[in-house]
Design a protein around this ligand. Structure first.
Ligand code: FAD
Length: 328
């Protein structure tokens, strides 16, 4: 008897069920529809990434044309107007059961903020979110419940670390919020979050041991205050200060433009999977850093934590979520 393997990829036409303006820079959109009863992950969403297929104006969501296996090649072969745009977002939450199961996504409305210059860059996903209304449809690629491990897309993996350093800009705030809201009691650490304006300080349930540092960017350069706060956090923490004396692990390669390095994969191609067994490593493994946001800031944070701070690369995840001046 042959059995047909179930694809870990759920490819759905997602219907807008609810639109909620959270702040000047954020809109929360709940998506549901046929097949959502199979939506994963089954456990905490953490920084679970999903792919959205944003239709070109006036066109239907391309998801109906695609098969979950080999969808990318098929999608790419479609005429440009028909295929629309593929973008990566975070599952801020997965709620409900059965026919009422929904994916919640918090979209940044970039290009519209009070501190942005006229003519600031906008893109199809941000534009779609700004105008989304109940009943609108987009394509969604997400994990099938029970198959989330094969789908992948969760990078947050602190292992046995008991102290966290979490850093996010507005695009990574949905992931950071989802992470901190599912941390076990007793986890300690800091969360540095830079958003466009103080009206964008969203309602996030930080656990008692995580100290939040909200930063309103205002007219100041992106990432500038994040780095200052992060540096102050390291200076204040004797544990991290001691990391500078830890043995260096691997060559100090700089990250490429894609800026993606986790304990298991580096976009630079470097092998980051070997963890030194030398004495003294137990202490540095106590701390885990998760840093996501615009690529330039993420790179600068990496220099600070790994370069100056001496954090071992297997204890950090650095993820460039977007790059200034470049469409995703
Ligand atoms: C794993 C992952 C998870 C993500 N999760 C989220 C999420 O939950 N919410 C969210 O809002 N974003 C999230 N992002 C970021 C999002 O994918 C990008 O911001 C994406 O570029 C938006 O697509 P777009 O079509 O609006 O703009 P694009 O067409 O990609 O870009 C057009 C122009 O806008 C600029 N731009 C893009 N994003 C921004 C921004 N935020 N601020 C200022 N300028 C910008 C680009 O540099 C470019 O010049 C995530 C990215 C990754 C990789």
């Amino acid at each position: 008897m042959t059995t047909t393997a179930v694809s870990p990829v759920l490819l759905l036409t997602a219907v807008v069920r609810r639109v909620e303006r959270l702040s000047p820079s954020f809109v929360r959109i709940s998506l549901g529809g046929n097949g959502f009863e199979h939506l994963g992950p089954a456990g905490p969403t953490l920084d679970q990434r999903v792919k959205l297929l944003i239709p070109s104006p006036g066109r239907p969501a391309p998801s109906a044309l695609l098969d979950p296996d080999g969808w990318y090649a098929v999608w790419l072969a479609l005429p440009e107007a028909e295929r629309g745009h593929l973008r990566t977002y975070t599952a801020r939450a997965v709620e409900g059961e059965g026919a009422d199961r929904r994916l919640v996504v918090d979209f940044v409305l970039h290009g519209h903020g009070p501190h942005e210059a006229a003519g600031a860059a906008v893109g199809p996903a941000g534009t779609w979110a700004a105008g989304a209304a109940v009943g609108d449809e987009i394509g969604l690629l997400a994990p099938r419940r029970g198959h989330e491990h094969d789908f992948g897309g969760i990078e947050f993996d602190p292992g046995a670390a008991r102290r966290l350093v979490l850093v996010a800009d507005e695009t990574a705030l949905p992931a950071l919020a989802s992470i901190v809201e599912s941390l076990p009691a007793g986890t300690r650490g800091v969360a540095v979050v830079e958003v466009p304006d103080d009206t964008d300080f969203l309602d996030v349930r930080f656990p008692a041991g995580i100290e939040p540092h909200w930063i309103a960017r205002g007219a100041r350069p992106r990432g500038e205050q994040t780095l200052a706060v992060l540096r102050a956090c390291l200076d204040l923490c004797p544990h991290e200060r001691g990391l500078a004396d830890a043995p260096a692990l691997g060559p100090a390669v700089d990250l490429d433009d894609d800026v993606w390095e986790t304990p298991t994969r580096s976009s630079s191609g470097a092998d980051v999977t070997t963890v030194s067994n030398e004495p003294g490593w137990a202490d540095v493994r106590e701390t885990y850093a998760w840093v996501a946001g615009d690529s330039d800031t993420v790179k600068a944070c990496r220099r600070l934590l790994v370069g100056e701070g001496g954090m071992p690369r297997p204890q950090v995840a650095f993820m460039g979520y977007w790059k200034q001046g470049r469409a995703s």
